[in-house]
Design a protein around this ligand. Structure first.
Ligand SMILES: [Cu+2]
Length: 154
């Protein structure tokens, strides 16, 4: 019986390891260094972000470590846009998927697609100090439509 119980955490661990292997922006402690989707009750500030064709305004944002931000995003362009927060290697993967399937509904955590005139929100909790990227991964937008989030010490 004791042996059977010991098997369960090992199976769970191997599942975690295989997941980490697929996503290269997960660190050795199995955390995503870009952070993770947050909840409304944790939000410490709203930051407005405007999308135009093809850039974000502002394209440099400063937050503090561990902070949860509500990004209030409005698309003032004439084309649809997305906003994705993450490490650049991960954003590149998403951009590659969009090139193959531009009309696929975004399934990734913290990804939002807005039609012209639409407004949306992303609630995101940042982790440790560092530089995080955000971008619109849609074909023809990804190279220009990018920004940096500087996660600074409290
Ligand atoms: Cu775009």
């Amino acid at each position: 019986m004791t042996q059977f119980i010991k098997i369960i955490p090992l199976a769970a661990l191997s599942m975690l390891l295989s997941t980490a292997g697929m996503a290269s922006s997960i660190d050795a402690n199995n955390r995503n260094p870009a952070g993770h989707p947050g909840t409304a009750s944790e939000v410490s500030q709203d930051i407005k972000v405007t999308q135009v064709d093809n850039m974000f305004l502002p394209n440099e944002i400063r937050v503090t470590e561990g902070e949860t931000i509500r990004f209030v995003v409005i698309n003032k362009g004439d084309h649809r846009h997305e906003m994705v927060i993450g490490m650049m290697d991960n954003l590149r993967k998403i951009a590659k998927q969009r090139r193959k399937n531009p009309d696929e509904i975004p399934a990734e955590a913290g990804v939002m697609r807005l039609q012209p005139g639409e407004k949306g929100e992303i609630i995101w909790t940042f982790g440790q100090i560092g530089e995080i990227d955000f971008a619109c991964p849609l074909p023809g937008h990804f190279k220009a439509m990018r920004g940096k989030i500087y996660v600074e010490k409290k």
